[in-house]
Write a protein that binds this ligand. Structure first.
Ligand code: ZN
Length: 408
């Protein structure tokens, strides 16, 4: 974006007044007022002809129907919470049978929606991709060949990390570090869940530059969350660098921005049927409002600046979405330095960067237009190998810490 355009945006930003927090203007506003959604009926499903059962009675489940087709095929029906919606046809269900038998689950989605996620299952060893011999593609349909027994098994679009699992993970992560990591609540979600955040710094917070990490605005985007987990684990790993880092910077972390959507097995939206990552202009949804209010309180109270924010997501492939305008940000060279560190640290790795200036109200644009912060949308591919996610997650955290410490 040219400099004068950027200044225009800054002017628009400051002219929209608000009683509590500053709103941020975007060139293409999006209507993020509440939309009706259909909650799935939570129940046990039965195909009586075959003695085959399924259930969606757990957090993170999505199963909207289950029906007989023939003696070997059972229909699995999946719909979204509302429409229009991005094509992220998430599914997750438990299945079992009276007697041992092999069936083919035929995946049924609404018209024009194609099967997207490679099916996974949970075994005693943890989550695994279902073997390719069991995933049969015929025309545009996908069948999952499954050997059923009385013991229920899980079949899901992605590893299930419900709000409970997220909480369990971060409680464990911050164990023993409670003197400098505060485990706090930013507010409530539409369905009344608490929205947790972690506030990390050592010493005096006054004037300390603030960094924001958020994830799970979009429920099925689990691989972005997996990268975020490895990223946070590397950031908090005990070292001399770590303590110096947290003496110099304050890190505010939202480990689950859309717990309602995650627990309801939504394809994309919150419980008001809205894409949270289009609401970073007027904050009509409580989840976004909670983040913005929490941050502005922190910044105001401590006379501090928000310098950098990373929002973890997933898409079809690994990509970093960045802002094209960076000369006026608090750290114009950060992105180039970070990406070259990633390429030199990871064998054969090539950063896929897509730079643009956000036109719709996404977090990356809010960081730039609202705070002159470096904004990055950190996207991991749906089926990126999990060991590779670990390498990218860990290396990107270490590189970030190193670069930011060198600038001090
Ligand atoms: Zn996303």
């Amino acid at each position: 974006m040219k400099k004068h355009a950027y200044l225009t945006i800054l002017l628009i930003t400051t002219t929209i007044s608000c009683t509590s927090v500053k709103k941020v203007a975007f060139s293409k506003p999006i209507d993020t007022t509440d939309k009706p959604i259909v909650l799935q009926e939570k129940k046990q499903f039965e195909v009586s002809q075959l003695g085959v059962y399924a259930s969606n009675q757990f957090k993170g489940a999505r199963l909207n129907g289950f029906s007989y087709e023939n003696d070997t095929v059972v229909n699995v029906h999946i719909i979204a919470e509302n429409t229009p919606i991005n094509p992220s046809p998430y599914y997750a269900f438990k299945c079992w049978s009276d007697q041992e038998k092999t069936v083919y689950f035929k995946m049924n989605y609404p018209p024009k929606i194609k099967h997207r996620y490679w099916p996974k299952t949970k075994t005693n060893q943890g989550w695994e991709f279902i073997d390719s011999t069991r995933v049969i593609k015929k025309d545009s349909l996908v069948y999952i060949k499954t050997k059923l027994s009385k013991t229920p098994q899980l079949i899901a679009a992605q590893e299930i990390h419900s709000s409970d699992a997220v909480k369990e993970w971060y409680k464990q992560l911050i164990k023993g570090k409670e003197s400098w990591i505060r485990d706090l609540v930013a507010g409530k979600t539409v369905m009344g869940q608490e929205m947790p955040y972690l506030d990390m710094y050592q010493g005096d917070p006054q004037g300390k530059e603030v960094i924001l990490f958020i994830t799970r605005q979009h429920p099925p985007e689990v691989t972005g969350y997996l990268a975020f987990q490895r990223f946070m684990e590397a950031l908090l790993k005990e070292s001399a660098n770590r303590d110096t880092f947290f003496k110099n910077y304050r890190v505010v972390v939202f480990p689950i921005m859309n717990p309602d959507g995650v627990d309801q097995g939504h394809w994309r939206h919150n419980a008001n049927g809205v894409d949270l990552n289009r609401d970073w202009s007027k904050y009509r949804q409580p989840e976004v409002r909670n983040v913005v209010k929490t941050l502005s309180k922190i910044l105001k109270k401590n006379d501090a600046k928000l310098i950098l924010g990373i929002d973890f997501h997933s898409t079809w492939y690994d990509v970093f979405y960045t802002n094209e305008s960076r000369a006026d940000t608090h750290y114009p060279q950060f992105i180039d330095q970070w990406f070259s560190a990633l390429e030199s640290e990871i064998d054969g790795y090539k950063v896929n960067e897509k730079a643009s200036n956000s036109t719709t109200p996404v977090s990356k644009g809010w960081l730039l237009y609202g705070h002159r912060a470096v904004g990055i949308t950190y996207e991991i591919g749906d089926e990126t190998p999990r060991d590779h996610i670990q390498i990218i997650g860990e290396t990107s955290a270490k590189a970030l810490m190193h670069i930011l410490l060198q600038s001090k």
